[in-house]
Write a protein that binds this ligand. Structure first.
Ligand SMILES: CC(=O)[C@@H](O)[C@H](O)COP(=O)(O)O
Ligand SMILES: NCC(=O)COP(=O)(O)O
Length: 247
């Protein structure tokens, strides 16, 4: 079960820096190619409805320009489904979105929106995309994701990451225990288990050590570290910490 742990590098915030000035640089595709060269197993990018960072042209350039899998994150809407069906990325991860949010604040309420979400999964899966649901570790959400035919669940590690950053380590440990339980349940239901949001050098090891987790998607922290270390070395250090946790 505890096979090779893949690292998906999320490059959203390369586009955040670019859009701050409306320039053509830094280029998300160039960052993705650097990540690929540094050993990333995949590239994740989130085409938000408000296009605050990654834009449609970025997704098209990534789809055409990288060799490793592209994990296309988006809300479950007709607009996004049409774009995904046109580009046919390796994977699509359905995430909740609220315009006023600064970042993804929670997981999808799959249990409360099953029929609507199931409507999106079938055509994406039939187009050859691996469909993932970005959810919390709640058993209801995991069971509903399996019921509607998702291949993957990505467990939201944002609350764990926030607790860890605030030094609330007992609470972070309790959240970690819930993530472990959720990963085991998801695996028992035949779902591939991923995790992501807010992961850093300091907090990644316990999540990487969860044996059912096959992929971590990490972005904001790595793009920040790239300012000091360079993107390649930042990715290599994250990979080292992930592998050490898995050893
Ligand atoms: C779903 C998730 O946690 C991230 O992949 C997402 O992209 C976060 O949104 P921002 O990148 O806009 O912060
Ligand atoms: N799905 C999580 C992701 O892609 C990256 O999240 P973050 O590391 O930017 O918080």
């Amino acid at each position: 079960m505890a096979g090779k742990l893949r690292l998906g590098v999320n490059i959203d915030h390369v586009a955040t820096v670019r859009n701050a000035r409306g320039s053509a640089w830094p280029d998300p595709l160039r960052a993705a190619l650097l990540a690929e060269a540094a050993g990333a197993d995949g590239i994740t990018a989130h085409l938000r409805e408000d296009r605050r960072h990654i834009r449609d042209a970025d997704m098209e350039a990534l789809r055409a320009g990288i060799e490793i899998p592209l994990n296309f994150e988006c809300a479950a809407t007709d607009e996004m489904a049409a774009i995904v069906l046109r580009l046919k990325p390796h994977a699509v991860c359905l995430v909740p979105e609220r315009r006023e949010e600064r970042t993804t604040e929670g997981g999808l309420d799959v249990a409360g929106d099953e029929n609507r979400l199931a409507h999106y999964i079938a055509p994406l899966r039939d187009a050859g995309c691996r469909v993932s649901m970005f959810i919390g570790h709640d058993a209801r959400q995991i069971e509903a994701s399996a019921r509607i035919g998702a291949a993957v669940v990505e467990l939201h590690t944002g609350h764990y990451s926030d607790l860890h950053a605030e030094g609330r380590l007992d609470e972070a440990e309790a959240e970690l225990a819930a993530l472990r339980k959720g990963a085991a349940l998801a695996h028992s239901l035949g779902l591939e288990v991923h995790a992501g949001h807010g992961l850093t050098f300091e907090n990644v090891a316990p999540v990487a050590a969860i044996p059912e987790v096959m992929e971590l998607n990490i972005g904001h922290f790595l793009i920040g570290e790239a300012i000091y270390l360079g993107l390649g070395p930042a990715i290599e250090e994250m990979r080292r910490r992930m592998d050490a946790a898995r050893a």
